[in-house]
Structures are given as C-alpha cells and as structure tokens.
Design a protein around this ligand. Structure first.
Ligand code: ADP
Length: 224
C-alpha cells in the first residue's frame, strides 16, 4: 500500500541519516580517543596542541549533536499564527552582532505584511537564521547581505542574497543532503533543517548561484 511505501521510505532515510550521524561523531572521536589514550599510557598530562585538539573536537561533537536535536525537533512542527515582521526582527536581533563584527553590510527590505502566517515559528526562525548565517559565511572578505520580505494574498516571499563565493551547479545538487559541507567547521545540517521546515509548510525554496558571483535564496510559503 501507499502507507507501507511511505513508511519504508522514511525508514530508509532514517537509516541513511543515522549512519551519517554516527560517522560524523566518530570522526572527531578518533583523535580524542587516541590523544587521551596516549596521555594515559605515558602517564603524562594532556597539554599544549593535544589539549587544543581534544577541546576542538569535543566542541565539534557538541555542535553536531545540538544541530541534530534541532533537526529532529523540526520534524514535529507546532503550528501557530506567526507574525512575520516580528519574526524577522528577532532574526535580526539574533544575527546582528555576528554580522557587524565581520564587517558585512546588512540590508533589510521589509514590506509590512498585514496577514499572519500559520507556521512553526521556531522552525521558520531557524530557517531564516540558517540562510543568513550561510550568506555571512560565504563572505570571508566582506560584502553585502540583503534580507527581503514581501507578500501577496497567497504567498509570502523571503529572499536572502549575498555577494559571496557562490556555488557551482554540481555543488548545488548536494546542498540539502544532511552532512554535506564545504566548510572547515560546518556540520552540513543547516540546509537539511531548512528543507524539512519548508517542506512541512508546503513551501518552496530555490537557490540561484554562480561561483564568485554570490547567491540568492528565494523561499515562498503559502498562506493557509
Ligand atoms: P554548513 O553551513 O554546516 O556547511 P549547510 O547545510 O547550511 O551546512 O550548507 C551546506 C553547504 O551549502 C555549505 O557548506 C556550502 O557549501 C553551501 N552553501 C550554503 N549556502 C551558501 C551560500 N549562501 N553561498 C555559498 N555556498 C553556500
């Protein structure tokens, strides 16, 4: 039956995902285990570069697990009436400091929307935060992020653009895959979360990008 098929597909995705997660945790665990074992066997304290590595790798595991928890939680959206303008203000408050510190210019183009959207507020906030942070991380040498929000009576449209490193066609086919990352400290879960939330709201997301020419992300969400 259709239901059995959907269940099978879900189990398959879960299996793939769990394998990926296990792998992502095992990677940083390997050096931690090795360095601690060596200190233990030689009866010497863990210090200097070794200590830095252990500290960094533990932080990495922590980050992966926290993001994973976020991902899991997004699967059970709590739908409520969301005031988009408010939500955008929250996102700006949460990301402003990071953006200012990196010398990137942040432009906001917000149309005051009268209608509220039925959505998972935490999830939607996370979506916009993830897109803004990705835009920021794409511009190590500075640039401009534009966040714009507009709407008609059927859809709300959220756009995040940056003047950063951009992406190749090939790269774009993989960006929603859990654990796909090109960043030194990335987890590759950001856009997997984004995808999940937008999917659960019957929305659409599109990326427009070219290497070295920046990226534009367009999210469209239907009013129920
Ligand atoms: P992470 O940020 O941990 O790498 P994401 O799932 O958020 O995980 O992103 C996956 C990959 O998509 C990034 O590593 C990067 O290669 C690419 N990407 C996402 N957003 C952008 C962007 N605005 N500009 C360039 N590349 C991007």
């Amino acid at each position: 039956t259709q239901e059995a098929l959907v269940r099978k597909e879900k189990l398959y995705v879960l299996g793939e995902f769990s394998a990926g997660l296990a792998h992502e945790i095992k990677n940083p665990l390997t050096p931690i285990k090795m360095l601690i074992q060596r200190a233990y066997e030689q009866n010497e304290p863990l210090e200097g570069d070794d200590l830095v590595i252990v500290n960094d790798e533990i932080k990495r595991i922590d980050k992966i697990v926290s993001q994973f928890l976020g991902y899991a939680r997004m699967n059970e959206p709590r739908i409520e009436s969301v005031d988009i303008n408010r939500l955008i203000k929250d996102v700006v408050t949460l990301t402003k400091q990071k953006i200012e510190k990196s010398g990137v210019e942040f432009i906001l183009e917000i149309e005051e929307l009268s209608a509220n959207l039925d959505a998972n507020a935490d999830g939607l906030k996370q979506v916009i935060i993830n897109l803004v942070l990705n835009a920021l991380q794409a511009m190590p040498d500075g640039g401009v992020i534009t966040l714009s929000v507009s709407g008609d009576d059927k859809h709300i449209r959220i756009e995040v653009s940056d003047s950063g490193v951009g992406m190749s066609e090939e790269q774009m086919t993989k960006i929603f895959n859990p654990f796909f990352t090109t960043k030194q400290n990335g987890t590759g879960l950001g856009l997997a979360v984004v995808w999940n939330v937008i999917e659960s709201l019957n929305g659409k997301i599109q990326f427009f990008s070219k290497p070295q020419q920046g990226t534009k992300v367009v999210v469209s969400l239907p009013y129920e």
